[in-house]
Design a protein around this ligand. Sequence first.
Ligand code: ZN
Length: 115
Amino acid sequence: MLGRGRNRRDQENDPSIHGETDAFRNAGRQTNYRDKILVTTLAPCWYCSGLIRQFNIGTVVVGESVNFFGHFGWLKDAGVTVVDLHDERCITLMTKFIEQSPGIWFEDIGECNSH
Ligand SMILES: [Zn+2]
């Protein structure tokens, strides 16, 4: 494992710290990203999907895409292999989080102005 991270936007008051970007930054500079695997609890947002495409990360493993569908087609169009585990533990985790913290959730997915 090169790096790990978690969404710390609320804790650090920094909207750019998503789980994916935190892990990516903690992994440091790499010479090649095509052979790397990004593993994430929830399907990546546009911001993180852009990071995946920008650096040409080869594979994304997603815990779930029920609570947020993500942009799998856009990733696959760039040759990214997407594996959706549809893991009940991830679905339950995200469902409970959304129920408990809807304001944080909608801000996180970029819909803070509409809720
Ligand atoms: Zn994101």
